[in-house]
Write a protein that binds this ligand. Structure first.
Ligand SMILES: C[S@@+](CC[C@H](N)C(=O)[O-])C[C@H]1O[C@@H](n2cnc3c(N)ncnc32)[C@H](O)[C@@H]1O
Length: 260
């Protein structure tokens, strides 16, 4: 586990790994019967009326070490571990930073940004988010015309980091879901390029295959480096990966954009 309880002490590996098993050593207690029970994989009986897919989801949640670890550490989501790993590897969050979290509910990334020293944090989501002390939360669509101005006003300036863990509600129809996701990633990238201060960073969830060609080319032209990474805490079966764009070069002036 990269998060060893002191989040300010970043580790430079994408080890991110599963919550570590107790080290075998003199101090390790002999496993008693109650411990053994706790470590068993739990199966959920298929209740009448419960769909197989929801039974599997519940089973996966119960047996997921990151879900357990998030509960122990008081994180609102297992997604918190993904940001921990990404930050350990790419040094995204620095003390004093102004950070925007697009699609912040239920708030795991907000908690990590705060623990790692950001001074101003604004989260935005379509859903209501339980308050996080000293964090501003907007309940609105980040694609709304007013969103960039509202966010900047709350931050007190241009963001140093735009983070996006946005996920569209899935319809179950593969192509539709893929298109919805691409639209969100593109909008998040636009948002970042419109608001970031020069030198700022952008991290966003994208899906397998990485960032689409045209967008990738624009990001490469606008940032010093563009990488993709899959944190260990991202489920192996999930098509999600993360785009990390570092060192925003400069904002396109409105006139330049119009001339194109
Ligand atoms: C995977 S969750 C984010 C989890 C979060 N990073 C955490 O650590 O708790 C994705 C969120 O994106 C939000 N979302 C999707 N489209 C949005 C939009 N257009 N504007 C704002 N939020 C949006 C969803 O409501 C959902 O809460």
């Amino acid at each position: 586990m990269t998060d060893n309880g002191s989040d300010n002490g970043k580790q430079r590996r994408m080890s991110g790994g599963k919550p570590s098993a107790p080290k075998r050593g003199r101090k390790t207690k002999k496993m008693d019967k109650s411990n053994a029970t706790r470590m068993m994989t739990h199966k959920v009986k298929t209740a009448r009326g419960r769909k197989m897919s929801s039974k599997l989801w519940i089973e996966r949640q119960i047996n997921d070490p990151y879900v357990k670890e998030a509960a122990i550490k008081g994180y609102r989501s297992r997604a918190a571990f993904k940001l921990i790993e990404l930050d350990d590897k790419f040094d995204l969050i620095k003390p004093g930073y102004r950070i925007v979290d697009l699609g912040c509910a239920p708030g795991g990334w907000l908690q990590i940004a705060q623990k790692r020293g950001a001074s101003e944090i604004v989260g935005i989501d379509l859903l209501e988010v339980e308050a996080v002390p000293d964090v501003d939360i907007l309940e609105m669509d980040f694609m709304h015309d007013d969103a960039p101005e509202k966010i900047k006003e709350l931050l007190g300036g241009d963001p140093d980091l735009v983070m996006s863990d946005l996920a569209a509600n899935t319809t179950g129809h593969r192509n539709t879901d893929h298109l919805k996701t691409i639209a969100l990633v593109e909008a998040a990238a636009e948002f970042a390029m419109e608001t970031l201060r020069p030198g700022g960073n952008f991290v966003a969830k994208v899906f397998q295959g990485g960032t689409e060609g045209e967008l990738l080319a624009r990001l490469k032209a606008s940032f010093k480096s563009v990488r993709h990474a899959k944190p260990k805490s991202s489920r192996a079966g999930s098509p999600e990966i993360y785009l990390v764009a570092l060192g925003f070069k400069r904002r396109k002036r409105k006139e330049e954009a119009r001339d194109k």
